[in-house]
Ligand binder design. Structure first.
Ligand SMILES: [Zn+2]
Length: 346
């Protein structure tokens, strides 16, 4: 309902010239659009989760729209500097990619080079240094891929039930009980990987093929180190992709992340830019981030950043498969930010 109303309003604002008026306005000129991406699908990940993954064709289309609309794609560092100084060029955009999925090197990076765009990679480092698929994400993908088959939870959770994965309730129960088992048993990354192998085996999925194809794996240290700093900046996203609501643990997550980035690519040691994993924010984090000397932090709250925006609570539009070309361009021009919207968390 809200969606249909928005699309109607956007069409009307284009017709009466409001969209281009907003695009040329001092109001838009003083604002920065930060776009957020995660993975680019190596196979059917975008069908599974169109919020976490875009197809390569969709990402290419977005880049074409940016180019054709005369967007000024800036690095995060330049974008924030110009925002503070009040010197942003028209239709300013910053591109960010979260997590550091292996597909970034293979699919997003060549597109960035082709279009001459700069991007920030918010890197979560635990899996980068281990080279296993990300446990929670892969578990959900396996349960989706094998949704036509029953799954016995015996031995891989505290339950002995047979999960019916074709129903939302069944797949959620399986996901929660297997994750709870891994937590309760305090399984190591290696043991969690073995658990994924077992789930895949029970569902008749060739796990080694997924592993070899780097599906839902993160970049290796070598791949991160080989990214050209004139194309990609590497910044903070916590070591284990979590934000504990405890000062000491929170600070340790950030410090471990920073130390790992320094080991992987010394070029980006001492980063002062952070992205909240899963978009989880909390007012308590702000003084802790300031203590760490962090200058900017991006959220998953849709909006345009202005000079008066708290730099540790920067809004960001998460681009998804569900977003139409019209909505995407409306955000670029600025009119998208004027329409009602819901916050998305990831
Ligand atoms: Zn993330």
């Amino acid at each position: 309902m809200l969606r249909r109303l928005k699309l109607t309003l956007l069409a009307a604002s284009e017709r009466v010239g409001l969209s281009s008026l907003v695009a040329r306005s001092p109001w838009r000129r003083a604002r920065l659009l930060i776009l957020g991406y995660h993975g680019v699908a190596l196979r059917d990940e975008a069908t599974w989760n169109g919020e976490l993954f875009l197809t390569e064709a969709t990402l290419r289309r977005r880049f074409e729209l940016l180019r054709d609309a005369g967007a000024n794609v800036l690095s995060l560092e330049d974008g924030l500097r110009h925002l503070r100084a009040g010197t942003l060029p028209p239709r300013s955009v910053v591109l960010t990619f979260d997590d550091g999925f292996a597909d970034f090197s293979r699919l997003a990076y060549p597109l960035l080079q082709e279009f001459g765009f700069h991007a920030t990679l918010y890197l979560t480092t635990h899996y980068v240094e281990r080279n296993y698929p990300v446990f929670t994400v892969m578990l959900r993908y396996l349960l989706w891929s094998g949704r036509d088959r029953p799954l016995s939870l015996a031995g891989i959770s505290a339950s002995n039930e047979i999960a019916v994965l074709s129903t939302p309730h069944g797949s959620r129960t399986a996901d929660e009980s297997i994750r709870a088992h891994a937590e309760a048993e305090q399984l190591s990354t290696l043991a969690r990987d073995a658990l994924l192998v077992e789930v895949a085996h029970r569902l008749g999925i060739d796990f080694e093929e997924l592993r070899a194809g780097r599906v839902l794996s993160l970049l290796t240290s070598g791949e991160v180190a080989s990214l050209d700093p004139s194309v990609v900046s590497v910044h903070l996203h916590t070591h284990r992709h979590r934000v504990p609501v405890d000062r000491q643990l929170f600070v340790a997550e950030c410090a471990d992340n920073a130390a790992a980035i320094e080991r992987i690519t010394p070029r980006w040691a001492g980063s002062k830019h952070f992205c909240y994993p899963s978009g989880v924010t909390n007012p308590r984090f702000l003084p802790w981030l300031r203590e760490l000397g962090i200058e900017s932090a991006t959220t998953c709250i849709s909006g345009l950043a202005s000079r008066s925006t708290e730099p540790l609570m920067l809004p960001r539009l998460l681009d998804t498969m569900q977003l139409t070309d019209r909505e995407f361009v409306a955000w670029l021009l600025g009119v998208g930010a004027l329409l009602p919207r819901r916050a998305i968390t990831r």
